[in-house]
Every structure is written in structure tokens, then in C-alpha cells.
Design a protein around this ligand. Structure first.
Ligand code: NAG
Ligand code: NAG
Ligand code: NAG
Ligand code: NAG
Length: 571
């Protein structure tokens, strides 16, 4: 095995020779030129690093000294680059005699300090092509139906080392690329590649099946917490980060697709009875009500829909005191366990805007008595058991658009460490939509794709998909796992039709079929649970006006003509 430090030393020596040669050469060149152009002869470069001290001329001393200094400076920077990083002080504690240390992406770093009593293994891999972009790993959509049928490989490949040609290791030292503060620095394919090399190496080259691995990163940016979890960071000193990962979790991570280019999970042939046997104590479903009572009816219906799937997991509802006592009682009756939280304001949001308190969702990470949470927005109903999702790591979700996941259904792992990190970043991370979704997408850029059917949007991108989608919305027994009611929520419409039809820009969300599916679930609930699904007087007025406007515009679908029979029109 070739060891890096001796290589580094050779490089250093070569460098000095190269510098000497270049300087000597340029001096020679200059001497030749100056013999022709005499006017330039006052600035001779005669002094080189190699022979500076015995060639000082009285006349040119000052200039020479200056030039000398700049030469030395240049050489110094080159050398400095190689020795720049002082070994962190905690190395003494974790480094042992005879250790085998894998070095990843440390070419150009002077690691001679490290070699005492240890064996260095330089891990080689081919750098990923510059042509491969983040969007290739995280495309807007994948053909899920095709994928579920023949399980095809749809992800591009990222070069990896020949892991099994290396011996077992006790520690891995990795230099991580960090393009910060360049825009989009988090979505850097090379950065991901080096993380994955380190993670795979740790899993595949640890000693024994239950072996541990120490990882030391050199980086200006925090290592990706999607791979190296927040609480696995043991020490930090400047640009040095020391991790002791949970190897079971890391092994699962590296077994997943390298991007959302492929589903992390196939639902093909999976049924309730296969999956509900697992330990259930430390897992829960959760949702949140923040800053307004309008979603209470949605949360009640969601709880009821979850219970109908036969799940045995806890149902946790985060809320604050702005939700009234009678509402809280009903939420409990519906199946929720209540957890009171303090809302979190988005410091970048305008006052009194609809998303001012959306960062309250971060409180989910404080549910540390649970190992895993499936978060579900209160405007979703679940139609089939999704306990299977508890087997997936943070952060698993369905796609939204582009490389972004939708935060309506997410698998997350509570952790005070992660929560605290969010709170430290609320000022500097810019959420593209001002909501939690934008924020979380900046933290978890490496996420795992769940099938669309566990968070199926009620919207139509074009007229071709109307029939197929509506068939799914009404299928009985259900084919979808959950429906996400985008646009105006079913409980703020009359049950007679989807009131998104009456508002120009919301018509892409209108589906009478999906509307009916929600009301069917609602009607199956105990009557006592339905009492917060009524319409306020104000809402009824709004409905009146939007119907009237639709009529005036003469909208062709003529939903505005439908006679309202919903008894809620009287209450
Ligand atoms: C060399 O570097 C020193 C500081 O490191 C600086 O003060 C000096 O001006 C530099 N000399 C030249 C010629 O650049
Ligand atoms: C997380 O912090 C809360 C207090 O904010 C504490 O009650 C809880 O025990 C902590 N959880 C863990 C796992 O340390
Ligand atoms: C903020 O939360 C509200 C209520 O849950 C939701 O309707 C809205 O879409 C969220 N906004 C963003 C930008 O996520
Ligand atoms: C709605 O009701 C009115 C009378 O109340 C009736 O004349 C009309 O035909 C009904 N329209 C539809 C579409 O049923």
C-alpha cells in the first residue's frame, strides 16, 4: 500500500525544484532580453529561492529584496496550502497506535502530521462528471407506474471506489467540497459524491458486521445531515468535524437510491397485514394546527381516516391555546393526543400573513419520545394503511415540482439537535415560498422519494389526466393511499360540489369526485365529531358571491347552476 505522506514529501521537494528551475529560467530569459532591450535592465530577477543569499548587488538591493519577498510569498502560499490544516486537538483522544485510516479526497493536503504510528490508506475514485447536474438525480417526476412494473434502474451512476479492494479501516478522514456561499451550493453533485463515498466506505469497510467507524471531515460547511445525522457529531474544531454514526441507520441510507430519480419504496403487492406487526411504541402519526381554527375539521377527519386504516400508532396533534376548549375536546374524541406548543414565527415573513407561523412545524422534531414520525397535513385524508412508511428514514416524501419535495406527508426523525439547528438557521435560510416547505427543502436537499399515491394531489395539470385521476379519487376499494386537498378545502364548500369550480384561478383544483370521497368519510363519522365542519356566516356570503361571479362569467361547467341542498346552508 502506497502511503500518502511520503508522496506529499516528494511533491514538496519537486515543488521547490520546480520553483528554482522556473526562476533560473526566467532570469536567463531576462538576461538575454535585457541584453537587447537595455532600458529594461534595471529590474533583474537574479535572486532565486535557491541562491538568494550570496547574490546581492548594492545598486539593486531594494528591488531585489522586494522581488525576493514576492517570490518567497508565492512559494509560501503554495506550501501553506498543503499544511494549512492543523490537526484538531481531539485527534489525540481518538487516534490509536496501529489504526488504519482511510483518506478520501485529501490530495493536495499535507497529512504528514497524521502518519505517526498509523497506517494510511488512500482511497481512489473518479470524480463525477461536471455534466451531471442535481436535476438529473432529482428530476421533477419519475414514471412511477412503469417503475413499479419492471423495477427499472432510472438513476444515473456516480463513480465509487472499488470498496472491496481496500482493507478494513478504523477511521476515515474526508475533505468535503463546499461551494458556499455560491448560490445553490447545497445541490452540488460532487459534494454528494464525496459524502456517499465516505458513507459507503464506512459501512463496507468497518471491522466486522457490528463494527463502528469514526469519521473526520474537513469542510467549511456542515456535513450533509441527511447522511451524517445531527446528533452523531461528537466534536467540532474549526473546519474539522468528528462523527460517530449509527451504523444501522447509515447502512440503510446507502442502500437507498442516490436521488429521487428512483422510488425509495415500491408499494407493489404490499398490504396491511404484512406491515402492521412491527414494534409500534416509538412511532406516531402527527399533524399540526397553527394560528387558526379553520383546519380543525380537517384534523378531525384526518384522525378518523387514519383510525379506519387499522393503524395502532399514536396520533399526535400539535396545537396552541388559540384552539378553543370545545374544539380540543372534539379533537381528542376524534383520536388525537394533544401536545401544546409555542408557535414559531418566520422572521422573514410579513406580519399577519397566512404563512407567518408556518415554521411551527419544526416543533415536530421536538417529539423526541418518538423515534419516527409520519407527518400529515390536516388537509389530507388517508384511505389505506401507510404504516409501511415508518420503515423509511428521514427525510422521505413525495415530489412537489423540480427537485423539491412536498411537505404534506413526510417521514421525519425527531431530534433536539436537528430542531436547535433549524432555529439557528431561521434567519439565514431563505425559504423559496416563505413556508416550512421551502425551508426544509434547503436543509434536506438529499431526500427519498415516496410513491405519489401516498400524497396524491387533488389538482389537474392538463385535461388529459382528468379521467384517470378522477377514477383514482373514487375507486372503491381505494387505490390511493391518501388524497391531498389543494385549493379550497372540502369543508369550506357546500357538499353539493367542489367550490373551486367557481373561482377562476382555483379551477385547476376542482374535482367533484374527490370532493365526494371526502364527504363520504365525513358522513361516516360520529355526529358529535362533525360539529366543527360547519360554515360561518362570512363563509356562506363568500360562497354566495363566488357563485354569482361564476354565473356572470357564464362559466361553461355551470356548477353555479347546481341547486344547493347541503343542510349546512341553514346552520
Ligand atoms: C508578502 O507577504 C507579506 C505578509 O504575508 C506582505 O506584508 C508583503 O507585502 C508581501 N510581499 C509582496 C511583495 O507581496
Ligand atoms: C429534548 O429537549 C426537551 C426539552 O426541550 C427534553 O424534555 C427532552 O428530554 C429532550 N430529548 C432528548 C432525547 O434529549
Ligand atoms: C402555511 O400554513 C397554512 C396553514 O397550514 C397553509 O395553508 C399554507 O399553504 C402554508 N404556507 C406555505 C407557504 O407553506
Ligand atoms: C333548482 O331549483 C329550482 C326551484 O327551486 C328549479 O326550478 C330548478 O330546476 C332546479 N335546478 C336544478 C338544476 O335542479
Amino acid at each position: 500500500m502506497k502511503s500518502l505522506p511520503s508522496k506529499a514529501l516528494i511533491i514538496k521537494i519537486n515543488l521547490v525544484f520546480l520553483v528554482c528551475f522556473l526562476v533560473a529560467y526566467s532570469a536567463l530569459l531576462h538576461w538575454q532580453l535585457s541584453s537587447v532591450y537595455h532600458e529594461y535592465s534595471t529590474s533583474p530577477i537574479r535572486c532565486t529561492l535557491c541562491e538568494c543569499h550570496h547574490k546581492v548587488e548594492a545598486a539593486g538591493t531594494k528591488i531585489n529584496a522586494l522581488l525576493e519577498e514576492s517570490m518567497v510569498n508565492e512559494t509560501k502560499t503554495i506550501l501553506k496550502k498543503m499544511v494549512k490544516h492543523k490537526k484538531p486537538s481531539f485527534m489525540k483522544e481518538i487516534m490509536g497506535r496501529g489504526m488504519k485510516i482511510g483518506m478520501v479526497n485529501l490530495e493536495g493536503e499535507d497529512v504528514s502530521e497524521w502518519i505517526v504510528h498509523v497506517q494510511i490508506i488512500t482511497v481512489q475514485f473518479q470524480k463525477v462528471s461536471e455534466l451531471l447536474e442535481w436535476n438529473d438525480l432529482f428530476p421533477g417526476q419519475v414514471d412511477e407506474e412503469l417503475e413499479e412494473m419492471d423495477d427499472r434502474q432510472t438513476c444515473p451512476e456516480i463513480p465509487m471506489p472499488a470498496f472491496y479492494s481496500y482493507s478494513y479501516m478504523d477511521m476515515i478522514v474526508v475533505k468535503l467540497p463546499c461551494l458556499y456561499p455560491q448560490e445553490g451550493w447545497r445541490r452540488d453533485v460532487f459534494r454528494l459524491q464525496v459524502h456517499l463515498v465516505a458513507a459507503n466506505l464506512a459501512v463496507k469497510r468497518r471491522r466486522g458486521k457490528n463494527g463502528k467507524m469514526k469519521l473526520i471531515f474537513l469542510s467549511k460547511c456542515r456535513p450533509m445531515m441527511e447522511i451524517f445525522r445531527c446528533n452523531e457529531l461528537k466534536r467540532r474544531e474549526g473546519d474539522w468535524w468528528y462523527y460517530e454514526p449509527n451504523m444501522v441507520k447509515l447502512a440503510q441510507k446507502v442502500s437507498l437510491p442516490i436521488g429521487s430519480c428512483k422510488l425509495a419504496l415500491s408499494l407493489k403487492g404490499k398490504e396491511i397485514n404484512e406491515v402492521s406487526m412491527k414494534l409500534t411504541r416509538r412511532e406516531a402519526y402527527a399533524t399540526i394546527l397553527h394560528s387558526s381554527g379553520t383546519y380543525v375539521c380537517g384534523a378531525i377527519t384526518l384522525a378518523q381516516s387514519l383510525l379506519l386504516t387499522g393503524t395502532k400508532r399514536d396520533l399526535i396533534l400539535l396545537l396552541d391555546k388559540s384552539i378553543s376548549e370545545p374544539k380540543r375536546d372534539t379533537l381528542i374524541k376524534a383520536g388525537w393526543k394533544l401536545r401544546f406548543i409555542k408557535r414559531i414565527r418566520n422572521p422573514r415573513a410579513e406580519k399577519d400573513t397566512y404563512n407567518e407561523y408556518n415554521y411551527s412545524k419544526f416543533r415536530l422534531w421536538q417529539l423526541t419520545d418518538y423515534e419516527k414520525i409520519i407527518f400529515i397535513d390536516a388537509d389530507i385524508i388517508v384511505l389505506r394503511n401507510i404504516d409501511l412508511l415508518f420503515q423509511f428514514p428521514q427525510l422521505s416524501a413525495t415530489g412537489n415540482a423540480g427537485s423539491i419535495f412536498n411537505s404534506g406527508v413526510m417521514v421525519i426523525e425527531p431530534s433536539n439537535c436537528t430542531f436547535n439547528m433549524f432555529m439557528q438557521r431561521t434567519k439565514d435560510i431563505i425559504s423559496y415560498n416563505g413556508g416550512d416547505q421551502g425551508f426544509l427543502n434547503e436543509i434536506f436537499v438529499w431526500w427519498h422519494r415516496l410513491p405519489r399515491r401516498v400524497n396524491y394531489f387533488k389538482n389537474f395539470e392538463n385535461s388529459n389526466e382528468v379521467n384517470a385521476k378522477n377514477q383514482l379519487f373514487e375507486a372503491d376499494p381505494p387505490q390511493l393511499y391518501a388524497i391531498h386537498y389543494l385549493g379550497l378545502k372540502p369543508w369550506v364548500c357546500y357538499r353539493d360540489y367542489d367550490c373551486n369550480w367557481d373561482v377562476g384561478y382555483l379551477r385547476v383544483y376542482a374535482s367533484d369526485v374527490a370532493h365526494k370521497t371526502w364527504w363520504k368519510l365525513h358522513d361516516a363519522m360520529d355526529e358529535k365529531l362533525q360539529k366543527f365542519c360547519g360554515l360561518t356566516r362570512q363563509r356562506k356570503t363568500e360562497l354566495y358571491w363566488s357563485r354569482k361571479q361564476a354565473e356572470e362569467m357564464g362559466l361553461k361547467d355551470e356548477h353555479w347552476k347546481i341547486n344547493i341542498t347541503d343542510p349546512r346552508r341553514f346552520t
